[in-house]
Design a protein around this ligand. Structure first.
Ligand SMILES: Cc1cc2nc3c(=O)[nH]c(=O)nc-3n(C[C@H](O)[C@H](O)[C@H](O)COP(=O)(O)OP(=O)(O)OC[C@H]3O[C@@H](n4cnc5c(N)ncnc54)[C@H](O)[C@@H]3O)c2cc1C
Length: 545
């Protein structure tokens, strides 16, 4: 058959949620995927989803409301985003979660205390409103398990680590809860060995759960099948050109085509054309197949785009094995971020998108994370245990430098030594008083989530005193790009004049984000990707009229 009702391009959260929704509304859906595996960046991700006011949150007593979530999102996204898009996202978030729970083996839980990224803003929740998948038995996928895209980071020795585990395991050398959490993760591994089961977590669980739902709903998923172009008749998108089994083919869609083909993080030309220098494809941790194919196909039909200069940024380290996206590393006490001039330029614990905006805005690329030995003795760093020395190849590649004094460290990295010394001395004073008068690190509940509760008086501030000192090179990495095709509340792709391209839909990172230039909280890319995928399918089914 070469005709379906709905063709979905891309097997990330947006695409799989859409295909599942279409199938459950009686439509014949097919999902085509360029990679030889399914899952895209979604499978690489932390699997956190930000879907405000959902049943799981409410059942756990989280004080969320639609009004609160709306006030929050409106406050942080401002005029960058149409209010009707925010409303469409928020109104449908609870229904999307319900639909996914009803039609897949996926189970999610509240990530307790993982704050919204601006928890002090109106409607923000300091204890957070993010969910993550509960560990999922890989057996639900059957033979399809072999086709699941690999995670971004593999936990050592086959352990299953959740987001909630990660937070506490960082503190395993510091806090009884950290130690207990590490023991719990080890225990989970032993149980799995005994039961001969494999447990998936984070984005692996999210992707596997959605894919299992597609299997149950009999939705075909064609791997190694890239979209090459859209087919238009009478001003309407009626199908796609694809390569299948190495040959060009045309597929027709009676209801519509959804572009859920991710961002353009791995397209060097697009990155240079739309984004601020220095930029390239080497700092992203997004899926390699995300080269903006869907965005460009839409643009060829006159679609409007927005936020192309932006990304789901995050300060990252270029390790020999590839880029490492820093989370807790920046927030934990005993480190600072400085630019080449030896000056701090941002609250190190700030939300990751903001931290990179600050890097570009203050001419701070590359930046350096400066830390002392106490910091290394206390915390996990980029997967290394407390006290574990940095591997020699990290030094050899220039990712990390070490020196017995701050002055010698500054010399190593061509930084004015007096500037670095002054910066550290000022910061050490802040650490003593517990107040970062320059950048307010530790003021926000979000900063403190990845802080060290045993570090007083401020869980994010400790002086850098103990030699040797380290400098780790920081670049503007990202989880993927966020700019894409402009869409309406049904995820229909729009032209510059606001008119609809009939038959064409976009969701996820192929579309311009409802988050605008910001990032509401953990899961704020996956949540909207799922919601707008769902809304696209409802529209194609004629179910949201
Ligand atoms: C390490 C990491 C951690 C992250 N953690 C989180 C988190 O916890 N919470 C959160 O909200 N976000 C997180 N993100 C970001 C999030 O994963 C992405 O924003 C999200 O997965 C985008 O979903 P998507 O469906 O748009 O695209 P993707 O999941 O990337 O899927 C797009 C798919 O389209 C396919 N494709 C591309 N071109 C074509 C073509 N021509 N034809 C057919 N198929 C094509 C790709 O191969 C890919 O499989 C993380 C990302 C990474 C990398």
């Amino acid at each position: 058959m070469n005709e379906y009702d709905v063709i979905v391009v891309g097997s990330g959260a947006a695409g799989m949620t859409a295909a599942l929704t279409a199938a459950h509304h009686g439509l014949r859906a097919v999902l085509i995927e360029k990679a030889p595996h399914f899952g895209g960046s979604t499978a690489r991700s932390g699997g956190g989803v930000w879907l405000p006011n959902n049943d799981v949150l409410l059942s756990e007593g989280v004080p969320d409301t639609l009004e609160g979530a709306h006030a929050y999102l409106a406050h942080i996204t401002g005029d960058d985003v149409d209010d009707e898009l925010r409303v469409a996202f928020l109104d449908n978030s609870p229904a999307v979660l319900r639909f996914v729970l009803d039609n897949t083996p996926l189970r999610l839980r509240w990530v307790t205390g993982y704050a919204d990224y601006y928890p002090e803003a109106p409607g923000g929740l300091p204890r957070g409103r993010s969910l993550e998948p509960r560990p999922l038995n890989a057996a639900v996928l059957g033979d399809e398990l072999a086709n699941l895209a690999p995670p971004y980071l593999k936990a050592p020795t086959g352990m299953t680590v959740t987001q909630a585990d990660y937070r506490w395991m960082n503190l395993m050398a510091r806090h009884p809860r950290g130690f207990l959490r590490a023991a719990k993760v080890a225990g989970r591994r032993v149980t799995s060995l005994i039961l001969r089961r494999r447990l998936l977590s984070m984005g692996q669980a999210l992707s596997a759960g959605l894919r299992a739902g597609l299997s149950t709903a009999d939705v075909p998923v064609w791997l190694s099948t890239p979209l090459t172009n859209l087919v238009v008749e009478n001003d309407r998108v009626v199908g796609v050109e694809i390569i299948r089994d190495g040959k060009p083919e045309t597929l027709r869609a009676t209801r519509g085509v959804l572009l859920a083909s991710g961002g353009f993080e791995h397209n060097e030309r697009m990155r240079k054309e739309y984004q601020q220098a220095p930029i390239g494809t080497e700092w992203t941790v997004g899926a390699v197949e995300n080269t903006g194919d869907g965005i460009e196909a839409g643009m060829r039909l006159g679609a409007a785009v927005a936020f192309m200069d932006d990304a789901w940024w995050g300060p990252s380290i270029v390790l020999p094995r590839g880029p490492y996206f820093c989370l807790a590393e920046r927030s934990l006490p005993g480190c600072i971020l400085v630019n080449q001039r030896g000056q701090r330029f941002v609250n190190e614990a700030a939300p990751y998108v903001d931290a990179v905006h600050a890097m570009y805005d203050t001419n701070s690329v590359p930046a350096w994370l400066i830390a002392d030995q106490t910091y290394r003795n206390r915390y996990i760093f980029a997967g290394l245990g407390p006290r574990q020395p940095f591997p020699g190849r990290w030094y050899k590649s220039g990712a990390v430098h070490r020196a017995p004094t701050l002055e010698a460290l500054a010399d190593e990295i061509d930084m004015p030594a007096d500037a670095l010394r002054d910066t550290v001395s000022t910061f050490n004073g802040f650490a003593e008083s517990g107040v970062d008068s320059d950048f307010h690190r530790g003021d926000s509940a979000y900063d403190r989530y990845y802080g060290d509760p045993r570090n007083r008086p401020n869980p994010n501030l400790a002086p850098l005193l103990r030699a040797p000192f380290y400098a780790i090179k920081i670049v503007p990495g990202d989880l993927g790009t966020k700019g894409g095709l402009r869409t309406d509340t049904s995820a229909r792709v729009l032209k510059e004049d606001g008119s609809v391209i009939e038959g064409l839909y976009a969701a996820g990172n192929a579309s311009a984000p409802v988050m605008g230039r910001t990032y509401a909280g953990p899961g704020a890319t996956l949540g909207p990707a799922m919601v707008f995928g769902y809304l696209a399918a409802l529209d194609m089914a004629g179910a949201n009229k």
